[in-house]
Design a protein around this ligand. Structure first.
Ligand code: PML
Ligand code: MG
Length: 276
């Protein structure tokens, strides 16, 4: 589902007969999943409801695409989840920076990513940045990379909801972000991801990687800011087309749930790591 609204108020509504929203649009909301046929009607209802109730505003265009997937989804584990105790933007960003440096991302790449998620209108998809140089290489900057064909199996979803409920963070936003980040992290040439929500009321972001897991970072942006976005840091020698094909086309289903931990200090000794 993609929901958007036109920049001009005089533009025509496109609830009907339109397969593409206008290019002159503000992105409101996007979400997707992998479902068996019997689940589709309910899922569609949920997506439409979410599009209309989104804090970024009321959409005038909602595009729903239902596509049969013939390829068997690759099954992956979710990343282990942690939440940092950052209480302001400075601490949150300094934690993000430290952690990204810790997995080998250059300062140039980190700074360029932090700039990107803090300025201008939010990108529709994610940016691809070379980890060593900070060079941005996705083919279409306005569109970005859309991570697609991601889902979670019923048993894994039930388990994840239970674990997140115990931590009082069982929301669509957290579950879907974790599923997406798990697909991205399972792509070998991607070293890490930085995400800052573009929702004005949502100030928690995350960094994620195979080694760090999924690290939620509260207060990574100021409340009411409409900026945000995702950045994938990749190895210099990676094949860009292969990465994009995996992220956009290859169906991946989270089918095993890793531990979900509580809050840990952003400046403490306990460093969340898969092997710890
Ligand atoms: C989004 O707006 O969809 C991104 C949310 C990122 C953080 C989710 C979380 O709280 O773990
Ligand atoms: Mg959003």
């Amino acid at each position: 589902m993609r929901a958007s609204k036109k920049k001009q108020s005089d533009s025509q509504s496109c609830y009907e007969n339109s397969i593409e929203c206008s290019r002159n649009e503000i992105h409101i909301s996007g979400a997707e999943g992998l479902y068996i046929k019997a689940e589709i009607t309910k899922a569609v209802e949920g997506y439409v409801k979410r599009a209309f109730e989104h804090p970024r505003g009321k959409p005038d265009c909602i595009v729903l695409t239902i596509e049969e997937i013939r390829q068997k989804p690759r099954r992956i584990n979710s990343l282990p989840l942690h939440t940092v105790n950052s209480t302001n933007v400075r601490d949150a960003r300094s934690f993000a920076k430290k952690s990204l440096q810790g997995v080998g991302i250059s300062d140039a790449a980190i700074d360029s990513a932090l700039d990107l998620v803090s300025t201008g209108s939010s990108m529709r998809g994610a940016a691809l940045i070379i980890a060593s140089s900070g060079k941005r290489i996705e083919p279409n900057r306005e569109r970005g990379i859309r991570v697609s064909r991601i889902g979670i199996s019923r048993p894994a979803d039930t388990k994840l909801r239970q674990k997140l409920t115990r931590l009082t963070i069982n929301t669509d936003t957290v579950r879907e972000a974790l599923v997406l980040a798990s697909k991205v992290a399972a792509c070998r040439p991607v070293i890490a991801e930085l995400c800052v929500s573009d929702d004005p009321d949502y100030t928690t972001g995350y960094i994620a990687s195979e080694t760090l897991g999924y690290l939620r970072i509260p207060h990574i942006k100021k409340k009411k800011a409409r900026t945000g976005g995702r950045v994938f840091f990749i190895h210099t020698e990676s094949d860009k087309d292969e990465i994009i094909e995996y992220l956009e086309e290859i169906p991946v289903m989270v089918s095993t749930i890793a531990p979900c931990y509580g809050i840990f200090p952003s400046n403490g000794d306990r460093w969340p790591h898969r092997s710890s």
